[in-house]
Ligand binder design. Structure first.
Ligand code: NAP
Length: 255
């Protein structure tokens, strides 16, 4: 398993800190021999992500706020002039705290648009920015959650955003397939990260999964990272347009 990504270059968006799913993925990709490019959202995060990049031995750390077309364009140019990209991991989501906590019926128009823009449309804009650098084909993987198809208490507008994200993933898989670019989603079980803390009663979600999932435990970030590694590597060469659940089996349970 050691050299699965030897000679490949991976762009990983969404490392905020060491608890981020994207951090576990970047670590796994480095161990598997990939060169890794990280991005950060705005000056506020620059130092932290640069320090993480140095620790992981990332080849580049670039700015990219996915809400800004100018930054996506600059990322696209930087990648095209910097050699080939073989794998992309999109590990980004955002919703206003009040739009998650106060009940779905009360979701504001602006909050709905913002959640869908940053959490779903960004997969489309990132794919468009990066595809020209994926000259040898490759893999784009996004992170989703079962709240896209089931009602999960307190997940609210983020569930709608994940449904749009998964549909976008399928349309992109169809359009990018002829260019040998595969597009997939990993549906992870709940993991305590900065984003997850914004969801009310998140710890009761963890308890529920640990009690009910077939494996009777929660998901480890390293398990999500290994699935991302599989999808980015040649082992995943026949897989596209797929949602791969890494959730201790929770998604099969009806009650
Ligand atoms: P995280 O560490 O907070 O990562 C979320 C990332 O999104 C952060 O790096 C954040 O950057 C970034 N982001 C937000 N707005 C952005 C923007 N405008 N431009 C660029 N980046 C932006 O939390 P995580 O749990 O690892 O989340 C990663 C992905 O996994 C998300 O799509 C999430 O929905 C998904 N997921 C998480 C779980 C879970 O239980 N943790 C389960 C299933 C799926 P800043 O911190 O700089 O804002």
């Amino acid at each position: 398993m050691h050299n699965l990504l030897e000679g490949k270059c991976a762009l990983i968006l969404g490392v905020a800190n060491k608890w981020s799913l994207a951090y576990a993925i970047a670590e796994a990709f480095r161990r598997a021999g990939a060169g890794v490019i990280l991005t950060y959202q705005g000056e506020r995060q620059r130092e932290t992500v640069e320090a993480i990049g140095a620790e992981l031995g990332a080849c580049r750390v670039l700015p990219c706020d996915v809400g800004r077309d100018d930054e996506l364009e600059r990322l696209s140019q930087a990648l095209r002039s910097g050699g080939r990209v073989d794998a992309v991991v999109h590990s980004i989501a955002f919703a206003n705290r009040e739009d998650i906590t106060r009940g779905f019926l009360e979701t504001s128009r602006e909050g709905f648009s913002l959640a869908l823009d940053i959490s779903a449309y960004s997969l489309v804009s990132v794919a468009r920015a990066v595809a020209p650098a994926m000259t040898g084909g490759g893999s784009i993987t996004t992170l989703t959650y079962i709240g896209s198809t089931r009602v999960i208490p307190n997940y609210n507008v983020m569930g709608v955003a994940k449904a749009a994200l998964e549909a976008s993933m399928r349309y992109l898989a169809n359009e990018l397939g002829p260019r040998k670019i595969r597009v997939n989603a990993i549906s992870a079980g709940p993991v305590k990260t900065a984003s997850a803390r914004a969801i009310k009663d998140f710890s009761s979600m963890l308890d529920h999964v640990a009690e009910r999932a077939p494996l009777r435990r929660n998901t480890e970030p390293a398990e999500v990272a290994d699935a991302a590694l599989f999808l980015a590597s040649d082992l995943g060469r026949g897989v596209t347009g797929n949602v791969l659940f890494v959730d201790s089996g929770f998604q099969i349970m009806g009650f």
